[in-house]
Ligand binder design. Structure first.
Ligand code: GUN
Length: 291
């Protein structure tokens, strides 16, 4: 039997409607709409697409959104000046500086310059620390999207073997933290799972992956997760966004669909969930800042 689809597009629509209703309730009371400022430096086509999609999603859910586009030649000082202005702007609740940045700019310095209260990516070390300590201010968007995609499809992770392939700061590392944590009132999105993080230096990656009841692929290489690496019936979440001949494909080989019990498609799986969790964080930032 082919794998059941982990439909991120459908779940994102449901959750965006929930967010839009909460936003509408705030504006009906006379409160400012939650505002997101996205900063795009340079002309990377993938980054342009992501930022355009985020902007449209904000607009559709009733959030205010502004995109600040800077040339690829922008200096670090110029970018930091913009971030400082956005930090001080009361109409801006969330700031997202799209990565990667041009090489003359120190990414870490920019991440640390964003006010932690407006860091809706959850990239600032203060917010990473709060997440790791179990009382998060924000959940990082892609890991949160993965957890929601599993839990809202009735796939529990408590006590399960979960293997995360990939150790990036954006996905693998924070996702592993969230998956291993015990859910609490302060931190409800948690997995209670037995977590293994695998990566390019892992010996016998296939054997490690085959242990997984839930396998998350966040490698960034098209089709590297093949059917021999998947336990029959496992839930497989594909975080990959690889461009192959102009087509968006995941890290999971299509033949995995014949072995897995559940599989998230690319596109239409994790991608729409990531954007939805960004809206969720921008609303959450507005609630934390404005009340
Ligand atoms: N580049 C790739 N993914 C992301 C993301 O989630 N946030 C930002 N700011 N940049 C990215």
């Amino acid at each position: 039997m082919p794998a059941q689809r982990l439909d991120g597009k459908a779940l994102a629509a449901t959750m965006r409607a929930e967010i839009a209703a909460r936003v509408a309730a705030r504006t009906a009371k006379g409160q400012r709409p939650p505002g997101l400022a996205a900063v795009l430096v340079g002309e990377d086509p993938a980054s342009q697409t992501y930022v355009r999609n985020k902007h449209k999603a904000c607009h559709d859910a009733g959030l205010a959104s502004a995109v600040h586009t800077l040339p690829a030649s922008t200096t670090q000082a110029g970018l930091l000046e913009l971030v400082a202005r956005l930090n001080a702007d009361p109409a801006v609740h969330g700031i997202l500086v799209q990565l990667p940045l041009p090489k003359q700019i120190d990414e870490g310095a920019v991440i640390r310059a964003v006010a932690p209260a407006k860091d809706v990516d959850c990239f600032h070390p203060e917010n990473v620390g709060l997440l790791a300590a179990g009382f998060p201010r924000f959940y990082p968007c892609t890991p949160h999207g993965v957890l929601q995609l599993l839990s809202r499809n009735g796939i529990g992770t408590a006590g399960k073997e979960v293997v995360v392939v990939g150790r990036s700061n954006i996905v693998g590392k924070p996702l592993a933290l969230m998956l291993m944590q015990k859910p609490t009132a302060a931190s409800p999105a948690a997995g209670d799972a037995t977590v293994t993080v695998a990566h390019t230096r892992t010996a016998d990656l296939a054997a490690v992956c085959r242990r997984a009841d839930v396998l998350v692929a966040a490698v960034g290489r098209a089709g590297v997760i093949t059917p021999d690496m998947v336990k029959p019936g496992a839930a497989v979440v594909d975080v990959g966004t690889n461009s192959v001949n102009g087509k968006l494909v995941g890290d999971v080989h299509p033949d995995v669909g014949a072995v897995a019990g559940w599989l998230s498609p690319v596109p239409g799986g994790v991608g729409p969930m990531t954007i939805t969790m960004l809206l969720y964080n921008t609303l959450s930032a507005a609630e934390q800042i404005d009340g």
